[in-house]
Design a protein around this ligand. Structure first.
Ligand SMILES: Cc1cc2nc3c(=O)[nH]c(=O)nc-3n(C[C@H](O)[C@H](O)[C@H](O)COP(=O)(O)OP(=O)(O)OC[C@H]3O[C@@H](n4cnc5c(N)ncnc54)[C@H](O)[C@@H]3O)c2cc1C
Length: 417
């Protein structure tokens, strides 16, 4: 029977980061991945010449974990502008970050979305987290946290910016639209948006985990695809992992980094609550706009939270002469008719000529992050068993990477390596 120092289950961001740290420390590490490729929730497919990520998502290079462990230059990123366009009752307006896009300041001021009282309340809301994120995290941990919607109500964030911009935009980021997410967590996300310019790797979002996998292999980890771990049991001085249709493997320790839906059954942890997202990918023969911004429907006339011409920003996502449009909804019962009607409202009648390429329903897109914010959960959950993933730290690329790193270091300490 195969025997290793550590078996890592799952080749998502957390598992790949953990494997890299463990193998770099000289341990014999094998990663078992159930799917036919690495990446987990970050996969990309080529469909009719388009690059379709499995659910629209962006990479923010300002995440500290990304700055530390990812070669962002090698990803050849295309960045979205830091701003949005909003379809209001009387037309389309624009809101852009004044420091990043000073030439758009006049348009921003004319948007009609800036209400002095609401702006002051928002500045009070976000300012602390932007200036002192560690303090914000500590305060939240000590119980000074609330649901986002309650906190906005309390501070008087009640104007058009909240209703027409922040609510739909942030619902797409935290995958829920009721404002039940931790206020402290959202403020930390907003800090990242203030510091970075989210974008897409030229080869698709999967290029990020592919790079991490390459690094893990370089330091000696082996990655076995199409290896679905069925069970983890204690076995003498170590652990045994049973694999569907294959031989069992043994190791001194196992890191379960299988994502929120499988962690409970494999590692016996409390099943995390998750939220789902849905992306509609459309092929447009002509671009409906020259703007590269995310577009929001301020009138909230349908299920779409945001839509963008993705290939306007990242041309590699569409074949020459075609344009790729995304429309993101919460995972629910949105029909194609509803989505198209709303897209028509945002973009115009040309939407009728757009071809639906694919709809991605991602049921466990993000773990819920309710108050009070907990940024870490125990690395070790049993004898020689560890759990990593965004659901153990924070619901993001940053959280998944930090989790993999943190858990690997706990394994190293316990094994005395
Ligand atoms: C639609 C969508 C939009 C998102 N948008 C953003 C965004 O804009 N910004 C951001 O920061 N984050 C975003 N995220 C979240 C981000 O993608 C995740 O936080 C991150 O990828 C999670 O990584 P992970 O390693 O924790 O888990 P996963 O990626 O879920 O990895 C788990 C891996 O384990 C494998 N596995 C499962 N069961 C087994 C088994 N039994 N045996 C072996 N392997 C198994 C899976 O196949 C998978 O490869 C988004 C996610 C989605 C889906």
């Amino acid at each position: 029977m195969d025997r290793h120092d550590v078996i890592v289950l799952g080749a998502g961001l957390a598992g790949l980061r953990a494997a890299t740290v463990l193998a770099a420390a000289g341990l014999d590490v094998v990663v078992l991945e159930a799917q036919d490729g690495v990446g987990g929730r970050q996969r990309t497919d080529r469909v009719d010449g388009f690059l379709l990520d499995r659910g629209f998502q962006v990479l923010n290079p300002a995440y500290p974990a990304v700055r530390r462990w990812v070669d962002v230059d090698a990803l050849d990123m295309a960045s979205f502008p830091v701003g949005v366009r909003v379809r209001r009752t009387h037309g389309l307006v624009e809101l852009a970050h004044p420091a990043r896009h000073p030439s758009r300041l006049r348009a921003t001021l004319a948007s009609g979305l800036l209400d002095a009282r609401e702006l002051a309340a928002l500045a009070a809301w976000s300012g602390g987290a932007i200036a002192a994120p560690r303090l914000a995290i500590r305060a939240a941990r000590d119980g000074d946290d609330a649901r986002l919607a309650e906190e906005w109500d309390r501070l008087g964030v009640r104007g058009p910016l909240r209703r027409e911009v922040l609510e739909p935009f942030l619902a797409g980021v935290v995958a829920e639209g009721d404002g039940t997410t931790s206020d402290a967590f959202v403020r930390l996300l907003v800090r990242m948006f203030a510091l970075g310019r989210p974008g897409l790797p030229a080869a698709g979002i999967q290029a990020l985990p592919e790079q991490l996998a390459q690094r893990a292999r370089t330091v000696g980890a082996r990655i076995r695809l199409a290896h679905d771990a069925e069970r983890v049991t204690h076995d003498g001085e170590g652990v045994r992992v049973d694999v569907a249709g294959g031989d069992p493997l043994r190791a001194d320790a196992v890191v379960v980094a299988v994502g929120p839906e499988r962690a409970a059954s494999l590692a016996g942890v409390q099943p995390p609550t998750t939220h789902g997202l849905q992306t509609w990918w459309l092929d447009a023969p002509a671009s409906p706009t020259r703007s590269r911004m995310l577009h929001l429907d301020g009138t909230r006339s349908g299920p779409v939270l945001h839509t963008a011409v993705v290939s306007g920003t990242a041309p590699s996502y569409a074949p020459r002469g075609r344009f790729l449009v995304e429309a993101t909804c919460l995972l629910g019962d949105a029909s194609e008719r509803d989505v198209r009607m709303q897209l028509r409202h945002v973009w115009g009648a040309e939407v009728d000529a757009w071809r639906l390429l694919r709809r991605d329903d991602v049921r466990h897109a993000l773990p819920a992050q309710p108050p009070p914010l907990r940024t870490t959960r125990p690395a070790r959950v049993g004898e020689r068993m560890y759990v990593a993933g965004d659901h153990r730290d924070t619901a993001s690329i940053q959280g998944a990477l930090v989790s993999g790193d943190r858990v690997a270091r706990a394994v190293l300490a316990d094994l005395g390596a």
